[in-house]
Structures are given as structure tokens and as C-alpha cells.
Design a protein around this ligand. Structure first.
Ligand SMILES: C[S@@+](CC[C@H](N)C(=O)[O-])C[C@H]1O[C@@H](n2cnc3c(N)ncnc32)[C@H](O)[C@@H]1O
Length: 283
């Protein structure tokens, strides 16, 4: 008897979590058969051809070894855009959308026109989501990783945002020329303590280590970014940074210590303090 290679039986027999198996199979259906996700139900008797079957088996085995779905399918939704991703960049997280919302709220307060800096842009997630939603802002997006910037550039072009988003390479503010000042600085820097066991577990094992940890106690990149903020913000300009769920007090102290004002903490959807913001009072 020949093996049943229909979608239905492949999905049933898969050792993957059902929702993950469906995401991977939907990708294969779109790529090999130009069929929408709804075909998972409407064409569940479709037998995969050998190319599609090979890809399914490859995906299944890589995912079982822990490789993130976003790297397998090469894309990830973030805020209201879709980004290309590959192992050279962090996979954008839903909690980082909070930084985009804070940035867009500030842009609205500034009546739609503002200059924005995204430090540690990775795939370009924050910079591109802001630029996509606020067509009159100019965004500078910096990273020290040439590999990340190449992916960010692809995303900038795919989203048609080349005139709004400038990509620059370098170590935090050193990527900028001295006279550069911004209305808004947003950053999701590496903030995981280098000793955190999670770095050696699950999906994190596949992401670039220098996107995840500062190779120290977790606060060193946040400190560099906050320390330099007043020199790169316009008067009353806003800085907002993402941090770990247990780093809020330390980050608020860092902001106080450099004389930022109107310091606030922001909660993510799970109710954790995950973003801190402050303003340059000029003093
Ligand atoms: C947590 S990831 C954030 C990526 C993206 N902004 C996001 O939210 O998905 C941190 C980013 O900071 C970059 N980075 C790490 N150290 C840096 C440094 N010294 N200067 C500039 N960028 C740095 C990494 O390459 C990485 O892209």
C-alpha cells in the first residue's frame, strides 16, 4: 500500500505542535502551490509532490531541533508590517511593539513630523514600523552588525521606505556624526545577563548572541544608551528603551542619574514593566 502523503495525514502524523505544523504547511502550500492558508482545510486531501514533501520533512526536523519558525519561513509579522528575517537578526518580539506605540504617540504629539533614532535596529523592526505608520518622519536606524543591516536594508526596500529610513553602521551613538540630534530615540538593546540559562535553551540558541546579551550583567548597553541620550536628543526630546522584566528599577535609576526628566515606566500586555522613558529637559 502506498504511503498517504495528503496534507491531512502529514499534519496528523507530525510530532510538531499542531499550530506550528499548520504555519509551516501553510508556507509550503503558498510557495509550491500558490494556495492560501485556507487550503489547509479546503484541500486537505492534496498529496504533496516530492519537492514540497522534502521541504516539509526538512522543516519538521529543523523545528524539532528547536530552530525558530520565523527563520524557517524567513519572515515575521511585527506591528503592522511583515519583515524578512534570517539567523543574522533577532526575531522581532510582540512586546517590542510597545516601543513603536510610544514612538507613534510622541510623533502624534509633535503633529506628525519628527526625527527618530532606532539604536540596535536588527531587522529594522522598530524603525520600519514607525516609518510605515508615520509617513512624515525621518528615521535613522543604527546597528553594529553588517549582517543585520543587510537584512534591514532588504526590509526597507521591500516596504518602499528608502526615502524615510537611513541605515548606519557603528557602535551605538558612534555611528552618528556629533551634531545629530533627534526628537525621539527608541532602542531595544541586548539586555539578557550573560549567565542567564535561557540563552542556552529553546529558540534563543539560534539567535545572534550579540543581539541577546551584553556579555555582562545585562545593563551595560542600556547604560551606554541612556548616558548618551541628552547629547543626542533635542530639547524636550524623548528616549524610550526596552528592558528585562526585572530591570525596571535599575533602568529608571540610570535615567535619573543622567538628569532625564518626566521619567516613566510602561507596561507590556502581560502587565510587566518592560519599557522606560524620559525626556531631555536641557538642564
Ligand atoms: C535585542 S536586538 C533588537 C533588534 C530589533 N531592534 C528588534 O527589536 O527586533 C539588539 C540589536 O542591537 C544590536 N547591537 C548590539 N550591540 C551593539 C552595539 N554595540 N552597537 C550597535 N548595535 C548593537 C544587535 O546587533 C541587535 O541587532
Amino acid at each position: 500500500m502506498s504511503e498517504d502523503l495528503s496534507l491531512r495525514s502529514l499534519l496528523r502524523a507530525s510530532a510538531l505542535a499542531p499550530n506550528e505544523a499548520k504555519i509551516l504547511m501553510a508556507y509550503i502550500l503558498e510557495k509550491h502551490y500558490q494556495l492560501p492558508r485556507s487550503a489547509l482545510l479546503s484541500h486537505d486531501d492534496l498529496g504533496l509532490n516530492s519537492q514540497a514533501l522534502d521541504e516539509w520533512k526538512r522543516f519538521e526536523s529543523k523545528r524539532l531541533q528547536g530552530e525558530p519558525i520565523a527563520y524557517l519561513v524567513g519572515k515575521k509579522g511585527f506591528y503592522n508590517i511583515e519583515l524578512s528575517v534570517a539567523p543574522g537578526v533577532l526575531i522581532p518580539r510582540p512586546e517590542t511593539e510597545l516601543l513603536v506605540e510610544i514612538g507613534l504617540r510622541e510623533i502624534k504629539r509633535l503633529q506628525g513630523s519628527a526625527s527618530v533614532l532606532d539604536l540596535g535596529t536588527g531587522s529594522g523592526a522598530i524603525a520600519l514600523a514607525v516609518a510605515h505608520s508615520a509617513p512624515h518622519v525621518l528615521v535613522t536606524a543604527a546597528d553594529h552588525s553588517a549582517e543585520a543591516l543587510a537584512i534591514a536594508k532588504t526590509n526597507t526596500i521591500l516596504l518602499g521606505l528608502e526615502t524615510q529610513v537611513q541605515l548606519i553602521e557603528g557602535n551605538w551613538y558612534e555611528a552618528l556624526s556629533d551634531e545629530n540630534r533627534f526628537d525621539i530615540i527608541l532602542s531595544n538593546p541586548p539586555y539578557i545577563n550573560s549567565q542567564d540559562p535561557h540563552l542556552k535553551q529553546g529558540d534563543l540558541r539560534f539567535e545572534p548572541i550579540s543581539a541577546l546579551t551584553d556579555h555582562a550583567g545585562g545593563l551595560s548597553c542600556l547604560k551606554t544608551i541612556i548616558d548618551g541620550a541628552k547629547d543626542h536628543l533635542n530639547l524636550n526630546g524623548l528616549i524610550a528603551v526596552e528592558h528585562g522584566f526585572d530591570q525596571s528599577d535599575a533602568v529608571l535609576d540610570l535615567m535619573k542619574s543622567v538628569g532625564l526628566c518626566d521619567i516613566q515606566t510602561h507596561l507590556d500586555l502581560a502587565g510587566h514593566r518592560r519599557v522606560a522613558s524620559g525626556r531631555n529637559s536641557g538642564g
